[in-house]
Design a binder for this molecule. Structure first.
Ligand code: PLP
Length: 457
């Protein structure tokens, strides 16, 4: 990439510093240092405005750019669609909308309907609204409570934060919406029960909450299939099967948040497909169009959809709308994104490269006592850093951030849990694009190795 001309670069920096409010950023230090401005991306690599190259191990920082940067064919699909028809409200259909829904459902056996929106938060809110409306229409308003899990994250709006299991994200934004009830997390490394079958015990803990609250008051259980920002928590053996059993027994809808897992990240189209379970509602966002267009979806079974069909009752339809859910760029990009994943066999690559990444991380764990645990599924991996392996005391957040900064200085962008759980923002997060090569994977773990040698001795 050609470096931006110094004058242009300085003007961009000045405009950014004067007017842009960055996400999740403390701006005080930016009074004396330059903000990072990303300019161009190709494949796994990015260039900033100073011309510096970065290897991106977190797919756009937040596990999003699944098929990599610079995809001409996605750009072309968007251009062709928006110059023909860019928009009409979602009360009508569109050609890419219908084609995308058909293609998506073909990859989600058991699911039937696609509701298009803009963001993961919005998709989750729509699911909450559906659950509430079903409660009012079919259960006299009773089955309205929604269970969520400690450490999970479902979005940044007030309702999704009401279902937020990360105290540092939630602090200072309350009061929250009533009707959301927390269940315990399932991270075995931070075990809450001393038992052999941890997965079953952690699932049974959900049932204990259901029985305490009353099954007839609970409409849905909303969980991340693999918890992302709460510490990359892969479910323990037997967990999902038992969770499904419990939901069926108590007639509770299973809402899986696949905003991160969705569309290939774990080596299957969806994370839940590793476990043979059948959700009622699935939300997805980030990888659906790899960030080339803003599209998120709530996908439901036909049984959920049927509960809104009743033309004798004018209030029975889902009285909800999302203006930009009608943009055609989203499904056009998502269709091409899906075609790329299929044609380039990226699910198989994700499984192979995910296994390599986990193997490399385990080798690092053998060399660095600071790595307490490594977890992952496909190209969705985490390494939890500890101050003491024996006690599992979490590493200081400053050390974790120093590892991230050292990797950045080496030209490799990795992530870490941030402002999530008090004392437990200690997991390095890795989610390279599904196109990663063995060389990319090794370069990522070599950078972490070097950083740990320098930062953690
Ligand atoms: N759900 C999960 C699991 C997420 O990780 C995120 C975002 O990080 C969201 C929901 C919210 O998505 P969005 O930022 O698109 O609203």
């Amino acid at each position: 990439m050609n470096q931006a001309a110094p004058n242009d670069f300085n003007r961009v920096i000045d405009a950014d510093r004067a007017h842009v409010w960055h996400h999740m950023t403390q701006h005080k230090p930016l009074e004396t240092t330059d903000p990072r401005i990303m300019v161009e991306g190709r494949g796994m690599r990015l260039w900033d405005a100073t011309g510096r190259e970065h290897l991106d191990a977190v797919s756009g920082g937040v596990w999003t750019v699944n098929v990599g940067y610079g995809r001409e064919s996605i750009g072309e699909a968007i251009r062709a669609q928006v110059t023909k028809l860019n928009y009409f409200a979602g009360s009508a259909g569109s050609i890419p909308g219908a084609r995308f829904a058909e293609a998506l459902i073909a990859r989600m056996p058991g699911m039937a309907r696609v509701y298009s929106v803009n963001s993961g938060s919005e998709a989750n809110e729509k699911a909450f609204k559906m659950v509430r409306q079903i409660a009012h229409k079919h259960h006299g308003g009773k089955k309205h409570k929604i269970l969520y899990r400690e450490r999970d994250y479902h979005g940044a709006t007030i309702a999704t934060m009401s279902a937020g299991g990360q105290p540092e994200r939630n602090a200072q934004y309350g009061p929250y919406t009533p009707g959301f009830v927390q269940v315990p997390h399932c991270l075995e490394y931070r075990a809450q029960w001393d038992v052999e079958e941890y997965g079953l015990r952690a699932a049974d803990a959900i049932e204990e909450v259901i029985l305490r609250e009353g099954p007839d008051t609970i409409g849905a259980l909303c969980l991340e299939t693999v918890t992302a920002g709460g510490g990359v928590i892969t479910p323990p053996r037997g967990y999902w099967e038992r969770v499904q059993e419990i939901c069926r027994k108590h007639e509770i809808l299973l809402h899986l948040d696949e905003v991160v897992c969705g569309v290939g990240r774990t080596g299957e189209w969806f994370g839940y497909q590793h476990y043979g379970i059948e959700p009622d509602l699935v939300t997805m966002a980030k990888g659906v169009a790899s960030g080339y267009a803003a599209i998120a979806c709530l996908v439901t079974t036909e049984a959920v959809f049927e509960q809104f069909k009743d033309d004798s009752d004018p209030m029975s339809l889902f009285r909800d709308i999302s203006t930009f859910g009608g943009c055609t760029a989203g499904p056009a990009a998502a269709l091409e994104n899906m075609r790329i994943i299929e044609e380039e066999e990226l699910l198989a690559n994700t499984r192979a490269m995910g296994a390599r990444l986990m193997g490399n991380l385990r080798a690092l764990q053998d060399r660095h006592a600071v790595i307490g645990d490594v977890r992952g599924l496909g190209l969705f991996c985490g390494a939890e850093l500890v101050a003491d392996r024996a006690t599992r005391a979490p590493a200081d957040e400053r050390l974790v951030q120093a590892v991230v900064a050292d990797c950045m200085a080496q030209g490799v962008i990795i992530g870490a849990t941030t402002r999530s759980l008090p004392g437990y923002n200690n997991t390095l997060c890795l989610a390279p694009a599904l196109i990663a090569t063995p060389g990319d994977i090794d370069a990522i773990t070599e950078a972490i190795d070097g950083a740990l040698r320098r930062v953690a001795g």
